[in-house]
Design a protein around this ligand. Structure first.
Ligand code: PMP
Length: 283
C-alpha cells in the first residue's frame, strides 16, 4: 500500500510525520475522508473544497491548491489499485518547537487509503442501534463545523456507544437539541416530513447530508433543516444516519427502544437507493 506524505509517495508502513508535528502535538489540523467506488472518488471537489476551506478558517497557509490535492488523492487511488476504498487526507499546521505556531512552517499533507466496501450488510437489513450520550457537542464555533483533528467528544461518545452495545452515539447540544452522531449526521421522519438539525445548532454539516437533502427534495419529499429534541428523535416514524462511509443507514433502535415499526423505514430505503443512483452517475 502506498501513502503520500509531504511531497513523496512512500510505502504505507513507512508513512510518518515528525513527533513535533502540531497535528500530533495539539490536534492542530483538519482531515477529510472520501469514498472511492469502482476506482472513482465520489464528490472529490466537495471533499477537497471542505478541506481547503477548513484549513483557511484555521489560518493554515501554504497548502497545495485544491486541484493539486485532488491529483494527489487520485494518485493514491491509482497507485494502490483501489476499487472500493476510503481515502483520508490530513492537513496540519506542520512542525513547531513549542506552543507558538511557526508562521514559516510548511503544512503537513498526508493521504492514506484502505479498501472499504461499506458497513456490514446486516445493519442495512435490520437497521442500526444508536444511543444518546451525555457527552455534549463542543459549543464554541468554529469547532463542530470544521472537520478538525479534535475529536475527543466524539471519541468519548463512540466509546460510550460501544460499551452499551450500540452502533453509533448521538450527541446533543447544551440546550438539549439533537446535534449529530459521533461520525454521522442524523435525520428523522415524522408523518412523511424529513428533518435534520441545521448547522447553526453546532454540527458538521456532512457532504452526504447535503446530497441526501438534495435527493429528497428532487424526489418531491418535504425535507427541512429544523432543530429538534430527544422526544422527537424517540417518537419519530423513521430515523437514519448519513456519512461518507455509512451512506444512508436506517436506525431501528434508540437507547434500546424501537423506532417506528422497528424495521428500516420506506423513506430511508428510498433515499439509500437514490444515493446509489447518484454514485453510479458519478462515473
Ligand atoms: N458529523 C461528524 C462529526 C463526522 O465526523 C462526519 C464524518 N465525516 C459526519 C458528520 C458526516 O460527514 P460526511 O457526510 O461528510 O462524511
Amino acid at each position: 500500500m502506498w501513502a503520500y506524505v509531504n511531497g513523496a509517495f512512500v510505502p504505507d508502513r513507512d508513512a510518518a510525520v515528525s513527533v513535533h508535528d502540531r497535528g500530533f502535538r495539539y490536534g492542530d489540523g483538519v482531515f477529510d475522508t472520501l469514498r472511492v467506488y469502482d476506482g472513482r472518488p465520489f464528490l472529490i471537489d466537495e471533499h477537497v473544497g471542505r478541506l481547503v476551506a477548513s484549513s483557511k478558517t484555521l489560518g493554515i497557509g501554504g497548502l497545495p491548491p485544491g486541484d493539486a490535492l485532488s491529483a494527489l488523492i487520485r494518485e493514491v487511488i491509482t497507485r494502490n489499485g483501489f476499487g472500493n476504498a476510503l481515502v483520508r487526507t490530513t492537513v496540519t499546521r506542520g512542525v513547531s518547537d513549542g506552543w507558538e505556531p511557526d508562521p514559516t512552517a510548511r503544512p503537513s499533507v498526508v493521504v492514506v487509503g484502505r479498501p472499504f466496501s461499506g458497513y456490514p450488510a446486516h445493519l442495512y437489513r435490520d437497521g442500526a442501534s444508536i444511543v444518546v450520550t451525555t457527552i455534549r457537542i463542543p459549543a464554541s464555533p468554529p469547532d463542530p463545523v470544521l472537520k478538525s483533528l479534535n475529536r475527543l467528544a466524539q471519541i468519548q461518545a463512540k466509546r460510550e456507544a460501544m460499551a452499551r452495545g450500540a452502533d453509533e452515539a448521538v450527541l446533543c447540544t447544551d440546550a438539549g437539541l439533537v446535534a449529530e452522531g459521533s461520525v454521522s449526521n442524523v435525520f428523522c421522519v415524522d408523518a412523511g416530513r424529513i428533518i435534520t438539525p441545521p448547522a447553526s445548532v453546532g454540527l458538521l454539516p456532512g457532504i452526504t447530508r447535503g446530497v441526501v437533502i438534495d435527493l429528497a427534495r428532487r424526489e418531491g419529499l418535504a425535507c427541512d433543516e429544523t432543530p429538534f429534541g430527544l422526544e422527537d428523535l424517540q417518537g419519530a416514524d423513521e430515523v437514519f444516519l448519513t456519512s461518507t462511509g455509512m451512506e444512508v443507514l436506517p436506525v431501528t433502535r434508540v437507547d434500546g427502544r424501537p423506532i417506528g415499526l422497528g424495521r428500516p423505514g420506506p423513506i430511508a430505503s428510498a433515499l439509500r437507493r437514490l444515493y446509489h443512483v447518484r454514485v453510479r452517475e458519478n462515473g
